[in-house]
Write a protein that binds this ligand. Structure first.
Ligand SMILES: [Zn+2]
Length: 376
């Protein structure tokens, strides 16, 4: 068996540039690692140069747990902004490990591997599954291939953990994502004769004002851990030329949704209500809903066994976050999954990304204890 400790393992993972849609060599390295510790391992090729790695201990022993992390990273950005380390030449300085993906999430992936290695020779009563995915930050979202090709099923895993950097906080909920596109209709005219036309951009301003009112209403009903649903117009497109009253304007909304607001119907109703309100008081207001969608939030009940196990091990209360993870993909198919991993999201996607060695140790310790309680 290899002699790498968790820090060495993290360093090896960090040396692979997985920021540019090429994760296969890194995934292969993980498959070799998993085979070396005696796990059943598979390289799942999902696209040219892109692959997931899957490892299992105690295969067929019944519903255990899945730990799942992504091995791709965001791009490095301007390398000159990296003052402490080169993005792919990891170094340790003052108790921190630096490199692109140190906290998001090759460091956390190393803790999964190290915990499994330390327990590889044990007698498993339930199956342990480790998944390393591609395309989470870089595009592709290949965790879907893991799930659709049944590389992990609810028969193998009763629940799961995504060790995204949460400073080992237990994240049992995050919002779902949704949005809408609204086309506001006006009437073109020469800009010197605005009274002859209907200015679609001005009408869009009326719509945005009502969107702020909708937000004030949503703020009254926050989820205890996630806060309120939010509706934000993030793209506005309208107008043709400086001297033409614009005849159309499109608004794109990006919404973040709490429990009770999932599904496209709720978003659609919000948009319909605003359009109705405006057209009732202004007969020249005309708008069409081009699209409306809404994804489910993650909302794992506090009494779920994995939440309870982690609460006892870490001695802390679960929280909610605003960012989005692969936990939803597992939860949707019947594997309730929480987020709990070493390192801070504050260092994710930054120049001189790092993770503290202390967090890496805490990650290993926590996952070892979790695996012991669930699988041994
Ligand atoms: Zn991540």
């Amino acid at each position: 068996m290899n002699t790498l400790n968790v820090v060495d393992t993290a360093k090896e993972l960090l040396k692979f540039d997985t920021s540019t849609n090429k994760e296969q060599t890194c995934a292969k390295w993980i498959v070799d690692y998993l085979e070396d510790i005696g796990a059943e391992a598979e390289l799942q090729i999902v696209a040219p140069d892109r692959a997931n790695a899957i490892g299992k201990l105690g295969v067929g022993k019944g519903q255990g747990i899945v730990l799942s992390g992504h091995i791709d990273t965001v791009v490095t950005g301007d390398v000159n902004l990296w003052k402490i380390s080169h993005p792919f030449e990891p170094i340790i300085k003052e108790g921190n490990l630096y490199g692109r993906g140190a906290c998001d999430m090759k460091g956390p992936c190393a803790t999964m591997l190290d915990a499994a290695k330390q327990l590889a020779k044990e007698n498993y009563k339930k199956q342990l599954t480790l998944v390393f995915t591609s395309g989470e930050d870089s595009g592709g979202w290949f965790v879907r291939n893991v799930i659709s090709e049944k590389k992990v099923t609810p028969e193998e895993a009763k629940y799961g953990i995504i060790p995204e950097p949460s400073m080992m906080d237990i994240v049992r909920c995050h919002k779902g994502a949704g949005g809408a596109r609204i086309m506001i209709h006006g009437k073109a005219a020469h800009s010197s004769r605005p009274e002859m036309g209907i200015n679609a951009i001005q009408k869009a301003a009326d719509f945005l004002y009502e969107l702020r009112n909708l937000q004030k209403e949503l703020n009254k009903y926050p989820h205890p851990l996630m806060g309120p649903s939010t509706v934000e117009c993030t793209i506005i497109q309208g107008g043709l030329k400086g001297n033409i009253i614009p005849d159309s304007c499109t608004l794109s909304m990006n919404n973040r949704l709490i429990t009770g607001h999932e599904g496209p119907e709720v978003t659609k109703k919000w948009m319909e209500d605003i359009i109705k309100k405006l057209s009732d008081k202004d007969p020249t207001f005309k708008a069409t809903i081009v699209s409306a969608n809404g994804g489910s939030p993650l909302d794992i009940p506090e009494n779920n066994e994995i939440v309870q196990i982690l609460m006892k091990i870490l001695n802390r209360e679960p929280i909610g976050v605003t960012y989005f993870t692969e936990a939803l993909d597992y939860t949707r198919v019947g594997i309730p999954t929480v987020i709990c991993g070493p390192g801070s999201i504050d260092q994710a996607h930054t120049a001189d990304e790092y993770i503290s060695l202390e967090q890496l140790e805490l990650g290993v310790k926590t996952f070892k204890e979790t695996i012991k309680q669930v699988c041994l």
